[in-house]
Design a protein around this ligand. Structure first.
Ligand code: 13P
Length: 250
């Protein structure tokens, strides 16, 4: 059975003191709902966030990791390093990593393999750009990102995969996919997985929507049959907004 998740992707925001403060605020503002709750602060603040949230229902997750186990990769972070500070989930394939850091499908497939090999759960992000939607290629683009990043996996590995559909044109723009557009794409994603694997895997995978989710639109988006929660950017930096979004996941 799939579960609901609301995850906050803090991106490159909040220094050490700000991180500590936002965590304090979240601990009093966010109340348990039907959803698993996660936050993804920056690498330098992960260990302290894990310590602060020890025993809490809020899980701390990473925004990225490298595919190699160790070695000469200046500036990079391995699966083992994450696990050694208590991180068991990583976001991979965010559109900002794809666009600004040249992460392509082949590289992401390697990162996926490395995370799964280490036993780390993955929130795998993908989504079309505005021009893809305008030209009617959005299903093709999303289908190919899925296939190239994940369809080399065996069926069992999908237990550790969470998907996050994030249309690039809706990220940080204030523009949101309509609940119907989100539902349509999530249903397409499930159908594509059912065709490549089977219906059970397709039904069991959690699919989050990301892109300008706010307290005012979360409930309607999350109410769609194939939308299992959200990956939240800007609104996850404001404790009361994030708490309201978590509460919207029933
Ligand atoms: P916004 O919620 O700021 O649009 O960001 C979405 C996102 O990229 C989450 O990963």
């Amino acid at each position: 059975m799939r579960n609901k998740i609301v995850a906050g992707n803090w991106k490159m925001n909040k220094n050490r003191a700000d991180t500590a403060q936002l965590i304090e605020e979240l601990m009093s503002a966010v109340t348990p709902s039907a959803a698993e709750v996660m936050i993804a602060p920056t690498f330098v603040n992960l260990a302290e966030a894990v310590t602060k949230l020890d025993g809490s229902f809020i899980e701390v997750v990473a925004q990225n990791m490298h595919f190699a186990e160790s070695g000469a990769y200046t500036g990079e972070i391995s699966a083992d390093m994450l696990q050694s500070i208590g991180i068991n989930t990583v976001i991979l394939g965010h559109s900002e990593r794809r666009a600004y850091f040249g992460e392509d499908d082949a590289l992401l497939a390697k990162k996926v393999d490395a995370a799964l090999k280490a036993g780390i759960r993955i929130i795998f992000c993908f989504g079309e750009e505005l021009q893809d939607r305008k030209s009617g290629d959005h299903f093709k683009v999303v289908g190919s990102q899925l296939k190239n990043g994940l369809f080399h996996l065996d069926g069992d590995s999908w237990k550790n995969i969470v998907l996050a559909y994030e249309p690039v044109w809706a990220i940080g723009t204030g523009e949101t996919a309509s609940p119907e557009q989100a539902q349509e794409m999530h249903a397409f994603i499930r159908k594509t997985i059912a065709e490549a694997y089977n219906n059970e895997i397709a039904q069991d995978v959690t699919i989050l929507y990301g892109g300008s989710v706010k307290p005012g639109n979360a409930k309607e988006i999350f109410s769609k049959e194939d939308v299992d929660g959200g990956l939240i950017g800007g609104a996850s930096l404001v404790a009361t907004d994030f708490a309201a979004i978590v509460a919207a996941a029933q």
